[in-house]
Design a protein around this ligand. Structure first.
Ligand code: KE4
Length: 428
C-alpha cells in the first residue's frame, strides 16, 4: 500500500486539466477529499495506484451493466479493431446495431447513432423543434439530459418557471424557451401545456430519473405525460440514456407500456465505449438530414469499435435471465441495507428499480420528487461515502446519483458490501 499517490496524481492533473478531471462529477466536490485515480477495472472491481481495490457501484455511471472489461466484449472488440477504428463511411455493423435497438424498443422505428447522451438529447430537442416548428420545451427539475445550453436549466424546487440558469454562459435567449416543472406533478404539466401548447415542441423526461438519485414515477404520471402530449401534438421524449437496457431488455417504455415519440440512449448500448443513440417514429426521424432538414452529424458516429462493443453487449443482455439475476442481487443488497439501518436507527430511504438504486439519508418517509430529494442530509452522505471507501466499496461520489449492480457483482461482493454497511452504520 503506497499512500499519497492519488494526491500526487490529482495535483499533477489539476495543472493541465480544469479541476483535474474530464467530467465534473468525478472530482469528489460533492463528498470532499481526493478522487481515486484508477489503474484498472475488471468485473465488479476497480484498482487504484495505491494498491487498493474497490467493489464498484458507480460502474462508469451506469454504462457497465456487464462489468469492467467484460471478456466477451473485449474479445469481440479485439477481433475488429485491427480492421480499422473509423471510416467516416457506412458499415453494415451499424445496420445490425440499429435493427437490434429497433427490435428491442416497441416505439423505435429508426435510430441515429452519435457519441454521447448529450448529443442524443440535444439532437432530440432540435428534431422535435424542427418537426413541430415550435420553440418551447418542458423538462423537469432534477432531470439531467447532458450539457446542451437549453437543457442545463434548473428551476428552484419544482415551481413552474422559465429556466433559471444552473451554469454560466447561458444567455437568456438560449434558455427563455425552457420550462422547468416538477417531476411527478401532472397538474402543473397540464396547466402549462394548456396555456402554452401552441409554442411547445416537446416534453423531455428521464422516465425514471436517476440524476437526482433514483426517483420512481407516481402511478399514471408517465401515462399522463403521454396523454397530454398526444392530445396537444407535443413530441414526448424519453431520455433513457441510463434506463435503456438497464431495467429490462429495452426500456422503461416496455415496463409501463407507454410509447414515447423519441427516445435518447447512451451508456449501456456502447458496451463501455463512447456512444449516444436517438430513436423514434419514422415520420419524425426522417426529418433528420440527409432525408430531412434537421441537421445532425458526427465524425465518429457509428464507428465499428463502439458498435461492436454495443452489439456484443446487447446480445448478452438479450438472455432474459440476466435481468432476473441482476434484480435478485440488487434486492438482496437493498433489503440487507434497510435491515441494518433499521437496527442501527439510521434514517434512510432507498429508491430502487431493477439493478439501480439510491440510498437517501433523510427523515422523510419516502422520496418521490426533487423537493424531497433536496432535504437529503448531504453531510451524512459525505461521511457515509468516505467510510465505505475505506471499507473498499466505491459508491457514486454524490447523494444525487445512482448505484448500479452489474452482472459481474458476485454474492461475495454483496456480502462484503453488507458487512461494510454494518460496520459503517455502527458509528456513522
Ligand atoms: P453523456 O453526454 O454524459 O454521455 O450523457 C448525458 C446524459 C443524458 N441523459 C441522462 C439521463 C444521463 O444520465 C446523462 C449522463 N449521466 C451522467 C451521470 N448521471 C454522466 C456522468 C458525468 O457527467 O460524468
Amino acid at each position: 500500500m503506497v499512500k499519497g499517490i492519488n494526491e500526487k496524481l490529482f495535483n499533477e492533473a489539476k495543472r493541465y486539466i480544469p479541476g483535474g478531471v474530464n467530467s465534473p462529477v468525478r472530482a469528489f466536490k460533492a463528498v470532499g477529499g481526493t478522487p481515486v485515480f484508477i489503474k484498472k477495472g475488471k468485473g465488479s472491481k476497480i484498482y487504484d495506484f495505491e494498491g487498493n481495490s474497490y467493489i464498484d457501484y458507480c460502474m462508469s455511471w451506469g454504462a457497465l451493466i456487464l462489468g469492467h472489461a467484460y471478456s466477451e466484449v473485449i474479445r469481440k472488440v479485439k477481433s475488429v479493431i485491427e480492421n480499422g477504428t473509423s471510416f467516416g463511411a457506412p458499415t453494415p455493423l451499424e445496420t445490425e446495431f440499429a435493427k437490434l435497438i429497433c427490435d428491442a424498443f416497441p416505439s423505435i422505428e429508426m435510430l441515429r447513432v452519435m457519441n454521447s447522451g448529450t448529443e442524443a438529447c440535444m439532437s432530440a430537442v432540435r428534431l422535435a423543434r424542427g418537426y413541430t416548428g415550435r420553440k418551447k420545451i418542458i423538462k423537469f427539475a432534477g432531470c439531467y439530459h447532458g450539457h446542451a445550453d437549453y437543457l442545463l436549466v434548473q428551476a428552484g424546487s419544482g415551481s413552474t418557471t422559465f429556466g433559471i440558469p444552473s451554469s454560466l454562459g447561458l444567455p437568456d435567449e438560449y434558455i427563455k424557451h425552457t420550462f422547468v416543472l416538477s417531476y411527478n406533478n401532472l397538474d402543473v404539466v397540464e396547466k402549462v401545456v394548456k396555456r402554452y401548447y401552441k409554442d411547445i415542441a416537446c416534453i423531455i423526461v428521464e422516465p425514471i430519473p436517476a440524476n437526482m438519485g433514483v426517483i420512481l414515477p407516481k402511478p399514471n404520471f408517465l401515462k399522463g405525460l403521454r396523454e397530454i402530449s398526444e392530445y396537444y401534438n407535443i413530441v414526448l421524449i424519453f431520455d433513457e440514456v441510463i434506463t435503456g437496457f438497464r431495467i429490462n431488455y429495452g426500456g422503461v417504455e416496455k415496463l409501463y407500456n407507454i410509447k414515447p415519440d423519441l427516445t435518447c440512449l447512451g451508456k449501456i448500448i456502447g458496451g463501455g465505449f463512447p456512444i449516444g443513440g436517438l430513436g423514434g417514429k419514422k415520420e419524425i426521424m426522417e426529418f433528420l438530414s440527409p432525408v430531412g432538414s434537421v441537421y445532425q452529424a458526427g465524425t465518429l458516429s457509428g464507428n465499428p469499435v463502439s458498435i461492436t462493443a454495443g452489439i456484443s453487449t446487447l446480445k448478452i443482455l438479450k438472455n432474459k435471465n440476466i435481468y432476473k439475476l441482476l434484480e435478485e442481487k440488487t434486492d438482496i443488497l437493498c433489503s440487507g441495507i434497510k435491515e441494518i439501518a433499521m437496527k442501527k436507527d439510521i434514517h434512510i430511504v432507498i429508491n430502487k428499480i431493477g439493478s439501480m438504486f439510491t440510498i437517501f439519508f433523510t427523515d422523510e418517509k419516502d422520496v418521490y420528487d426533487y423537493q424531497k430529494v433536496l432535504k437529503s442530509n448531504t453531510e451524512q452522505y459525505r461521511k457515509f461515502f468516505h467510510k465505505m471507501l475505506k471499507e473498499g466499496i466505491y459508491l457514486p461520489p454524490s447523494q444525487f446519483e445512482a448505484n448500479f449492480v452489474s452482472l459481474s457483482h458476485t454474492e461475495k461482493d454483496i456480502e462484503k458490501t453488507l458487512k461494510a454497511i454494518y460496520d459503517v452504520f455502527k458509528n456513522i
